[in-house]
Design a protein around this ligand. Structure first.
Ligand code: EPZ
Length: 430
């Protein structure tokens, strides 16, 4: 297996180009199924969750052409079979978007229940509720969601809880439904707006994305398009926190500052200098040696994003005083705390609240992330720690960060990716 080996204590310096947004790309790729024409996507991140989405498309008969490092052409005209392979589907959460896309295109879909980061219970009851509201029948047997509808008819959908995936799947299923659909209590994340903009560039008629009420007038068919995915606000936030944690000075290129407002606000509150030039797509972040503790409560956009909670908590382990971090989106998103404790962090967790008491510094250690953002947090901890940190199971990280170690090395970090033959195989071989 691969590991990251990090020698900590080096302030990050220089410029980093932010890649396309994972959580937009993994929805836009399935959304291309809705058109029988060719779609060309740009600024697509090279990450394994995107590879899985493309593999699923290819399995169903779509033709995928790579036009460049982050440019992809998708021709789904020859897709006939709305069935998604089990193992591929359960390796990501984004596979659930094939439900809405295939239902919207063919009136039916058979998609295994999704997987993704283990953050506690992650049902899709709200997705199913919206498909049924549009007139579909849904059945879940043997781990597979089977949905079908003679006709999809526009309706009023009210989400019992704010759900990014549910909101996106509702858009995919209703853009070609008959009549008007109104989605209430919709999620407002930047990637929701990006998916809506992508669909509108294909001829959909969606208004209000980014607010909690989205209105969609069904159209007869969608045409092909050329579209560029928005920059990844969580990758950007991760690098901002890494610069802060190492007392560095970096400039992030290709960002949308507005999408980073909740993160920027918190970083400024603890004492990080963040500079945003007017109508620029750059952000400069300058760290210091000590920070103020601050309380954090994750909530749906425009609140503080749950996908930045592990990274920010890691920074707070080195702040002066005590911080309270409340995770209000997922049941269990503090598994990484045990690994931070190996590095000297002083954190106690009670259900959805972590109490973080600042320590002088962290020390490097062998650690193992349980999910994507836990991996990002452990990288930040390793960059800031005294000594060497070895991070195992880096496949979690490579699901959502493009060439993370290359970008960090270009900022002066001492980080390498090493291949270690699987210990069991090694033992057997010896
Ligand atoms: C998306 O997950 C993201 N994943 C997650 O990012 C992100 O943390 C999350 O949105 C919140 O922003 C992708 O976009 C691929 P939700 P999703 O539906 O859609 C509950 C990362 O690190 N819920 O907004 O699964 C659910 O259990 C990943 O990039 C229901 O109860 O999130 C959770 O508690 C991790 N029923 C809450 O709502 C449903 O039908 C929010 O989930 C759907 C969700």
């Amino acid at each position: 297996m691969d590991k990251f080996i990090i020698k900590g204590g080096i302030p990050l310096k220089g410029e980093v180009q932010i890649s396309g947004a994972k959580n937009a790309a993994v929805a836009i790729i399935p959304a291309a199924v809705l058109s029988r024409d060719v779609c060309v996507l740009d600024n697509v991140p090279s990450i394994s969750d995107v590879e899985v989405a493309l593999e699923i498309l290819a399995y169903m008969g779509a033709e995928i052409k790579r036009l460049g490092k982050s440019k992809i052409q998708i021709d789904s005209s020859r897709i006939t079979d709305g069935t998604v392979p089990y193992d591929l589907a359960r390796s990501t959460r984004g596979s659930s978007y094939f439900l809405g896309a295939l239902l919207g295109r063919f009136g039916s879909a058979r998609v295994p229940m999704p997987g993704g980061c283990d953050l506690g219970s992650r049902p899709i009851d709200q997705h199913i509720k919206c498909f049924e509201a549009l007139g579909a029948k849904a059945d879940i047997q043997h781990g597979i969601v089977d949905i079908s509808a003679d006709r999809l008819i526009g309706t009023q959908i009210y989400f019992d809880k704010v759900t990014v995936g549910g909101t996106i799947n509702a858009l995919l299923a209703c853009v070609c439904a008959e009549g008007l659909t109104i989605i209430e209590n919709a999620a407002k994340e930047p990637h929701i707006v990006d998916v809506a903009n992508f669909l509108n560039s294909m001829g959909a008629d969606i208004m209000g994305a980014g607010t909690d009420v989205i209105k969609i007038k069904g159209v007869r068919a969608l045409h092909g398009t050329e579209y560029s995915v928005i920059p990844d606000q969580i990758e950007a936030g991760t690098f901002m926190v890494a610069a802060a944690a190492t007392g560095g000075d970096i400039t992030l290129k290709n960002v949308i500052p507005k999408h980073l407002e909740p993160i920027t606000a918190k970083l400024r509150k603890i004492g990080v200098y963040v500079e945003i030039a007017d109508d620029s797509d750059n952000i400069r972040v300058v760290g210091r040696s000590k920070y103020q503790s601050v309380d954090i409560k994750t909530s749906p956009h425009p609140g503080f994003p749950t996908d930045m909670q592990p990274q920010m908590t890691t920074l707070l382990t080195m702040a002066e005083g005590t911080s309270m971090v409340t995770e209000s989106i997922f049941d269990t998103r503090f598994k990484y705390v045990d690994e931070l404790r190996r590095m000297g962090a002083d954190i106690t967790v009670d259900s959805r609240v972590a109490v973080v008491r600042g320590v002088e510094h962290l020390t490097g250690a062998p650690v193992k992330p349980s999910d994507l953002r836990a991996g990002a947090a452990l990288i930040i901890a390793g960059l800031a720690a005294q000594g060497t940190t070895e991070i195992e199971d880096i496949y979690h990280i490579e699901r959502g960060y493009e060439e993370m170690e290359v970008k960090l090395r270009n900022l002066g970090a001492d980080i390498v990716k090493r291949y270690y033959p699987d210990d069991d195989k090694l033992r057997k071989a010896l």
